[in-house]
Design a protein around this ligand. Structure first.
Ligand SMILES: Cc1ncc(COP(=O)(O)O)c(C=O)c1O
Length: 411
């Protein structure tokens, strides 16, 4: 029988011989500081304004609907049952509610602990080391971090005014490119804010079907729609068995909830459930039941519309003030939804110095180069989040950014 002392001795001996690695090669090999999402690179002193994060405005979250739903669930007869282990793919009634909203079969829905978890499941479920993956450029950088878990070749395809450049992709495919998957954010893309058109989405799915790759469509901003905006209907993103859709309630109900879902092709449903089961078993049943009630609450659509109006007002304050302060020295499009403005500041300046100086003056944001997936470095670009800050803070944040920009231009 082995005693504690024996095993400690064994471990010591093994360590001396270098036989006990502390971390897996995958984990030990992950790069350290990478910019986006890296808190060590951001200095947020007291009183500084953060235009960097992707948080919703808590005042625009439907907290009353949430409280009522949580209370009703806690007092329901099914509450004790919700505290038990439950199905890895999610509670069947919740999956059905999501399937109903997304116009897909409930079997295809797999509940996740938020969008990032869904992306990890998609990557682990679809990709092998050495595969080639096409991504938006600029890209949502945390997807690249998930890809690092597997180790793949990345091919960047530019995002144009209506989504990823499908014509260029077709050309590259004709020339022999053979990706296993393609990643895109189809609605209010992070960071550029653009939305994939119906025509392009159909052409993209046709390419996926012809060349045999899977589209990972990551769509967490779909419900953050400004009042005049109509999201194009993209039936092929729903009905093709070449699409894995990843979604999240983080932007509409709050990222602290950790709740999202995948819609996978029917043929993948059992395999993805198996993968999910091995990673973390299940999503919190109380939470699923609560959000199910929220989705059925008649106040929910109104709450979403109100949030859309609020975000539209904030976006307008930010773009108007940017144009006031920078004049023809800024290139910026008006967002139609989502949380971000993707702006290009003109002039000959060093992006790293601008970021440093801006933080000295009390404003933070995301640097353009952190969204680069290929050789284009997005010099001069900044991603400014309007979602969380008040109008006053948005104006003051732009004032500080303009002050920093003047300072680095002058030096
Ligand atoms: C494009 C995109 N995908 C996924 C996520 C992850 O969302 P979650 O908080 O649900 O993990 C985000 C969050 O910012 C995002 O912008």
């Amino acid at each position: 029988m082995s005693t504690v002392t024996d095993s400690a001795l064994n471990t010591d001996t093994a360590r001396e011989e270098g036989a006990v690695p502390a971390l897996s090669a995958m984990l030990a090999g992950l790069p350290e500081r990478q910019g986006f999402g890296d808190a060590t690179l951001i200095r947020l002193a007291e009183g500084s304004i953060d235009l960097g994060g992707g948080n919703p405005d808590t005042a625009l979250l439907p907290t009353a609907v949430y409280r009522d739903a949580a209370t009703a669930v806690a007092h329901s007869d099914s509450f004790p049952n919700l505290l038990r282990y439950s199905a890895s793919a999610g509670l069947s009634s919740f999956r059905a509610a999501i399937a109903n909203r997304d116009q897909v079969d409930a079997e295809r829905v797999i509940v996740s602990n938020g969008g990032a978890h869904g992306l990890a499941l998609a990557v682990l479920g679809l990709l092998d080391p050495g595969d080639t993956v096409v991504v938006d450029d600029p890209v949502y950088p945390l997807f690249l971090r998930v890809l690092e878990l597997v180790g793949v070749n990345i091919v960047a395809i530019p995002v144009t005014h209506d989504g990823i450049d499908v014509d260029l992709l077709a050309e590259r495919l004709r020339d022999g490119l053979r990706p296993k998957a393609l990643f895109t954010v189809p609605t209010f893309q992070n960071p550029s804010g653009v939305t994939l058109s119906t025509e392009k989405s159909a052409a993209l799915v046709e390419l996926a079907e012809r060349y045999g790759f899977t589209i990972i469509a990551d769509d967490p901003y779909r419900e953050i729609t400004f009042p005049e905006t109509v999201i194009p209907d993209r039936p092929r993103l729903r009905d093709s068995d070449r699409v894995v859709a990843v979604n999240s309630f983080s932007k509409t109900l709050g990222p602290g909830l950790r709740l999202g879902w995948l819609t996978v092709p029917e043929a993948f449903s059992a395999s993805f459930t198996k993968l999910r089961n091995r990673l973390d078993g299940q999503t919190n049943g109380v939470l699923q039941a609560t959000v199910e009630r929220m989705l059925a609450d008649e106040r929910y659509p109104t709450a979403m519309a109100t949030a859309g109006e609020g975000y539209a007002r904030k976006a307008q304050v930010l773009t108007t003030h940017l144009r006031d302060k920078f004049g023809d020295r800024v290139e910026v499009a008006d967002p139609t939804g989502g949380f971000f403005v993707w702006a290009r500041l003109l002039g000959d300046f060093d992006d790293a110095r601008l970021f440093d100086t801006a933080q000295d003056l009390g404003v933070s944001y995301q640097r353009g180069e952190w969204f680069a997936a290929g050789s284009e470095q997005f010099r001069g670009f900044v991603r400014l989040a309007f979602s969380e800050q008040s109008s006053d803070n948005l104006r003051e944040g732009v004032n500080r950014l303009a002050g920093a920009w003047q300072a680095v231009l002058a030096s």
